[in-house]
Design a binder for this molecule. Structure first.
Ligand code: 13P
Length: 294
């Protein structure tokens, strides 16, 4: 097994696990969100991960990837670039070959389990050989969001501790359990039903082997974020929960405001939400936990 202990995604998540806090993994679609991550991380002295979907390369060649990687490498605080929900071998290899991603989610959850496991094993090895850390999703988190193939027509499958161990055997570094979380809207906070008992068993199985990451945080309150961190989640993926203010602003101001002002205010609104989240998950002030050699 290649030694990934110096991989920046691994270092950030391990430090969070050791320190008992979480940090944001922000799904970014555009310049405003990418810049907002850096501004929030530096303002809060917090680690942060930028998450891109394979869509980013379909849309913007390698240019958006290069921009996000440059932000991570030049920030004054620990930041890393993660490819989220890479659902095909082609997308994983294309991204890995850029040399810009620190970690990749090998998401084969749309396949049946045996095929999921064998594909994951093979692709984890491929990424590790290039020094890239990996993540997988045992079970199946249902739902969809912009840029991810919707698994809504497939059955959502909650993760068991046994399954977690099977996926850990593939060599992954981060594990995204399905504990009742869904991608996309919950349609009300009252519909967010997370199985923390199940997570406890998974955490015990995963202890010392992989770090746990949380998907599907739309509509989460600060309190729900805190509960997830207490239950062992390290990186918490966010999309709509940090974008809604920006989207409301965009709905009112697009075409009616000079673009410079529109972009700056849009960035500020995303930054505000990321900072809110950093306070909620406890990463504020934790940048020093990962030493940077720059
Ligand atoms: P949602 O909370 O919108 O589903 O997105 C966050 C996520 O889990 C991305 O992987």
């Amino acid at each position: 097994m290649p030694d990934l202990s110096q991989n920046i995604s691994v270092r950030i998540l391990k430090a969070a696990e050791a320190g008992g806090y979480g940090l944001p993994g922000v799904v970014c679609y555009n310049l405003e969100a990418i810049i907002a991550c850096r501004k929030a991380a530096e303002a809060k002295n917090s680690p942060c991960q930028i998450l891109l979907f394979p869509w980013a390369q379909d849309y913007g060649y390698d240019n958006l990837v290069n921009l996000a990687a440059d932000v991570c490498r030049s920030a004054k605080v620990p930041m890393s670039l993660h490819l989220d929900h890479a659902q095909s071998e082609e997308a994983i290899k294309r991204a890995a070959q850029t040399g810009k991603f620190d970690s990749i989610m090998v998401d084969m959850s749309h396949y049946e389990k045996a095929e999921n496991l064998s594909r994951t094993t093979e692709l984890v090895r491929y990424c590790h050989d290039l020094g890239i850390a990996t993540e997988a999703e045992p079970g199946r988190i249902n739902g969809g969001e912009a840029g991810v193939q919707d698994t809504g027509d497939l059955e959502g499958i909650l993760t068991t501790p046994e399954e977690a161990l099977q996926f850990i055997d593939t060599g992954i570094d981060f594990l995204a359990p399905a504990i009742g979380n869904v991608h996309g809207p919950y349609h009300g906070v009252e519909n967010i039903k997370l199985d923390f008992e199940r997570l406890k068993g998974i955490r015990e199985a995963a202890k010392g082997k992989v770090t746990l990451v949380m998907h599907g945080t739309n509509e989460f309150t600060a309190d729900i974020f805190r509960q997830c961190v207490q239950a062992g989640m390290t990186r918490l993926n966010v999309n709509q929960v940090v974008l809604w203010k920006y989207e409301q602003y965009a709905a009112q101001k697009a075409g009616r405001t000079p673009l410079t002002e529109y972009m700056e205010e849009g960035t500020r609104l995303i930054q505000e939400r990321i900072e809110w989240m950093m306070d909620a998950v406890g990463s504020t002030g934790k940048a020093g936990d990962v030493k940077l050699d720059r």
